[in-house]
Design a protein around this ligand. Structure first.
Ligand SMILES: N[C@@H](CCC(=O)N[C@@H](CS)C(=O)NCC(=O)O)C(=O)O
Length: 201
């Protein structure tokens, strides 16, 4: 059984829960992070020196970084369904996973943190800057999805599992966003899946 350490309210933990639910993996979900106050404990830091969630424990193997956990689980379970075997199609999934971390994440985290603050402490300028960045990034995603159902090849893949919970939150932020028709259609396609709903509820 895989042990997934991380609070279920974390978007990065939700990626891993979605994967496990989608593939019917045997896993336990354990509460670590923010309100549980246990990620700075020595025992947790020995597993994940970042003190962040998620961390996956598979016997003696410890994996951190949510996207690496997704790839590990695919490799570990020989999953060629969500992790396409064809190198070209796989690269389409991988590039969007890297894009999530390298390009979307800054605006995502910025808006997340700003909107969590009490209203009186929020900076309109900071929120506006992150919102403009988010709009620009999601417009790139919209272009990538134009005329297609999924980000890699013609089926749902690890790219959706990685981006889904994060973009789901981005679309729900109290900010103005462009129309993003391809992104919104894609979001509707995957958000009806029971495994996604379990992960994000
Ligand atoms: N790049 C890391 C980011 C990990 C991260 O920042 N996790 C957040 C939750 S989404 C966290 O641990 N926050 C502090 C906490 O919950 O205690 C990953 O994808 O796993």
């Amino acid at each position: 059984m895989f042990r997934l350490l991380g609070r279920k309210t974390s978007g990065n933990v939700q990626k891993v829960i979605w994967f496990c639910e989608e593939r019917g993996l045997d896993y336990s979900s354990e509460d670590y992070g923010r309100q549980f106050g246990n990620t700075d404990d020595r025992a947790y830091l020995d597993l994940n020196p970042n003190g962040k969630v998620p961390t996956l424990v598979d016997g003696d193997v410890i994996v951190w970084e949510s996207n690496t956990i997704l790839r590990y689980l695919c490799n570990r379970t020989d999953d060629a369904t969500l992790y396409p075997a064809d190198p070209g199609i796989r690269s389409q999934a991988e590039r969007w996973m890297d894009w999530q971390l390298a390009s979307l994440n800054n605006a995502y985290m910025g808006i997340f943190k700003e909107t969590k603050k009490p209203e009186a402490e929020r900076s309109a300028a900071t929120l506006a800057a992150h919102s403009a960045d988010m709009a620009a990034q999601l417009t790139i995603l919209d272009g990538g999805l134009a005329g297609r159902q999924w980000l890699a090849g013609d089926a749902i893949s690890l790219a959706e599992i990685c981006l889904g919970p994060i973009v789901h939150r981005c679309l729900g932020f109290p900010i103005e966003l462009p129309a993003l028709p391809a992104v919104r259609g894609w979001h509707e396609r995957f958000s009806t899946r029971p495994a996604f709903q379990t992960a994000t509820s």
